[in-house]
Write a protein that binds this ligand. Structure first.
Ligand SMILES: [Zn+2]
Length: 256
């Protein structure tokens, strides 16, 4: 797996830029999810934290300008972002040149796809599958929730304090943001988050008039390919079988 290292100074600089984070413990009911979310940080605060990780990532990874990939992404991204209730002009989508079977989204509406995963996507519906999943993680502030549940928040540390205390928490922060896989830090989303991202991802697909049935085909193919370092969305839990069973149920509900 490719590892990108960020200097301690870069991390601290980035965190400091978004350091106005007031930790006010809050458990808010999210109607769409139908559950309570423990959130100490807002989406806006997470977006600030992610801004510098994203710009460093773009400097360090090779950005693809191959129209073969860009055309596909430019076709799918606006449709999916809109279907998920967002404004495509507020999101940024990049393709990174790498064989990794991976994609990710960072708080604040930043989506990265690797050429490796695009190469195995047989149609736009399969691109929409992964995009929908990643957009859902952002829309439901899963990263913020993960931050709130992490030892960083548990230890009573504010983001500002974490920034000051430096590299001790560096990997955890990057993992929390969702940049984990590409930065060589794996902090999987929880089983609950993965299943939610799958569920709302196929709903967005359906709204964008993609075929949600392709989600099942795509995840089955990914499960079959799984070896070595699994991408974030194929982390150890939930099991592939659980995910595919849930997806099939969702797709059936959508009439896909
Ligand atoms: Zn995921």
């Amino acid at each position: 797996m490719q590892t990108v290292t960020m200097s301690r100074r870069e991390i601290i600089r980035g965190l400091a830029a978004g350091s106005v984070v007031v930790i006010a413990p809050g458990c808010a009911y999210n109607e769409t999810l139908g559950r309570n979310q423990l959130l100490f940080v807002s989406q806006g605060q997470m977006a600030q934290l992610a801004a510098s990780a994203w710009s460093d990532l773009k400097k360090q990874e090779k950005i693809s300008t191959d129209p073969k990939y860009l055309r596909r992404m430019q076709r799918v991204a606006p449709r999916m972002i809109q279907a998920a209730g967002g404004d495509p002009a507020q999101w940024e989508v990049q393709v990174f040149q790498s064989d990794q079977l991976n994609a990710f989204a960072l708080p604040g509406g930043r989506i990265g796809f690797y050429t490796g995963i695009l190469d195995i996507m047989e149609n736009d519906d399969q691109i929409a599958t992964v995009m929908g999943h990643e957009i859902a993680h952002v829309n439901f502030n899963h990263a913020g929730e993960r931050y709130s549940q992490s030892s960083l928040a548990g230890a009573g540390l504010t983001v500002a304090q974490v920034a000051v205390s430096g590299s001790q928490y560096q990997n955890q922060i990057l993992g929390v943001l969702g940049a984990g896989a590409s930065l060589g830090v794996i902090l999987p989303f929880s089983r609950k988050h993965e299943l939610e991202a799958d569920k709302f991802g196929v709903r967005y697909m359906s709204r964008a008039r993609y075929n949600p049935g392709e989600a099942v085909r795509f995840w089955e193919k990914m499960a079959a390919k799984k070896s070595g370092q699994p991408p974030e969305f194929l982390s150890t839990h939930p099991s592939d079988a659980t995910r595919i069973t849930q997806l099939k149920r969702e797709v059936a509900l959508l009439g896909g």
